[in-house]
Design a protein around this ligand. Sequence first.
Ligand code: PEP
Length: 261
Amino acid sequence: MSARRRPLVSGNWKMNLDHHQAIHAARDLGLRLRGADTAAVDLSVHPPFTDLRSVQTVLEADDVPVALGAQNCAVEDAGPFTGEVSAPMLAKLHVEYVIVGHSERRRLFGETDEVVAAKLRAVVRNGMTPICCVGETLEEREAGETTTRLTGQVDAALEAFDGEILPALVVAYEPLWAIGTGRAASPDDAQDAARVIRSVVAARRGDEAGAQLRVQYGGSVTPANAAELVAAPDIDGLLVGGASLDPAQFVAIARAAHPPV
Ligand code: PEP
């Protein structure tokens, strides 16, 4: 990992923890984290929408060194879009990172590359940093189509910022076959994919943009495999689902993500 890129370890709570449980989890995180844990690593948690205000209050009141994140946002900033939550609403709650294009949203809620690009624009327009998820299915991997798939998804994401200076952007490599399956990618496979993602950004938007891009790995990360995954040179952090629901495991993963000194 480049000395210029701080790892980002993010906990995606998905549709788990009501606001009482979320308050408890955020407080627990604050009690477990030591100053040294975040000296060289950024952390974020991504609770469900209904928990955001409660978690924001705990993180800010207790000085917990964890950024608030969201799991999704609307394309539009306001208007007649029943059931949606807009990027300005998230920014008002001091949300810093928004996951965009998680495979569950693409697969279960029909989010296309175009919708993902529009959401990326909404997040950046409102001063937050998107974590854009990309990744191949098992069938695509077995057919040797991983590079093509990742290149297509990264290209589509970059189209959101066509002709503009590329904003701060995090890309999470999340192979679909590794999410929630207990079968993480090997460090070599994760590194190969992260290198493809970085090289697409470098090819399209210049070497500097490629060098600055933070690429996370996500998919069945645990305290046991976190260190070897972040040791890969092109992986700058982790997007953690199931294990992030347990503050002790999330802190252990954050500690494993420290860059070598
Ligand atoms: C995720 O959903 O982003 C994820 C990586 O899940 P898990 O860690 O549970 O595989």
